[in-house]
Ligand binder design. Structure first.
Ligand SMILES: [Fe+2]
Length: 248
């Protein structure tokens, strides 16, 4: 009985009524703005990957395609920020797919530009990645077998997507794996570090290679940046993604 009285007092306490009214007041978010992402500059000239990737492709791919993902991402994040402020949950949910697609496009392309290099650079030689190559040999037997496996995965993608060499943590062990992703899905899983990726959307090769997808995949090896690959292999996921910091 005594316990019941205490419970009733607590239920109808004036203090609690005031607290309840306060809790229903809209929270003042103050001046909050959505993050604003910008196009990272290419670490080389548009024609630097010739003859393997044409300057025309690079200019359109970087300046138009990548920029469009960023423009759409920033617009969606701005709308999302407004929807959070107004507790508009249906708008927030409706934005999720577009944010995933356009953020994925920004993440993938930002990593891709960095994991390419002019063929004449020492960075484009596997000797720039001694630790990674050692692990590739331990995993696939030799470099040629790895390249064949990677090529088969890339050419097996149906529609648009990406192929990646990743480092993945399995328990205490760090392993290499080849993965493919659909559309613009990025490799952002826990314990996964993207080492290098190849864009298998038609916009990445069609102007130069037409339907010769296999030739594009064959030639991409001439411009893989093994120095960047080595840095990602020995670094953390945060290291690989540091280029993605947005301005607020
Ligand atoms: Fe692309």
């Amino acid at each position: 009985m005594w316990g019941t009285s205490i419970s009733l007092f607590l239920l109808f306490s004036p203090l609690q009524v005031i607290a309840s009214e306060q809790a229903q007041q809209p929270f003042d978010f103050g001046e909050m703005s959505a993050p604003n992402y910008s196009l990272p500059p290419l670490p080389y000239a548009y024609d630097a990957l010739e003859p393997y990737i044409s300057a025309q492709i690079m200019e359109l791919h970087h300046g138009k395609h990548h920029q469009t993902y960023i423009t759409n991402l920033n617009a969606a994040l701005k709308t999302q920020t407004e929807a959070v402020h107004t507790s508009d949950i249906t708008t927030q949910v409706s934005l999720q797919q577009g944010i995933r697609f356009n953020a994925g496009g920004h993440i993938n392309h930002s990593l891709f530009w960095q994991n390419l290099s002019p063929a004449s650079s020492p960075d484009a030689k596997t000797s720039a990645a001694p630790k990674l190559v050692q692990q590739i040999k331990a995993t696939w037997g030799d470099e040629d077998k790895f390249r064949e496996a990677f090529k088969a995965s890339l050419l097996g993608i149906q529609g648009s997507g990406w192929g990646w060499l990743i480092r993945v943590q399995v328990g205490q062990e760090s392993r290499l794996a080849i993965v493919t992703t659909k559309d613009q899905d990025p490799v952002v899983g826990k314990g996964e570090v993207p080492i290098f990726g190849v864009d298998m959307w038609e916009h990445a090769y069609y102007l130069q290679y037409l339907n010769g997808k296999a030739a594009y995949v064959e030639n991409i090896w001439n411009v893989i940046n093994w120095k960047t690959a080595e840095e990602r292999f020995v670094g953390t996921q945060a290291d690989a993604f540091k280029i993605l910091k947005a301005s607020m």
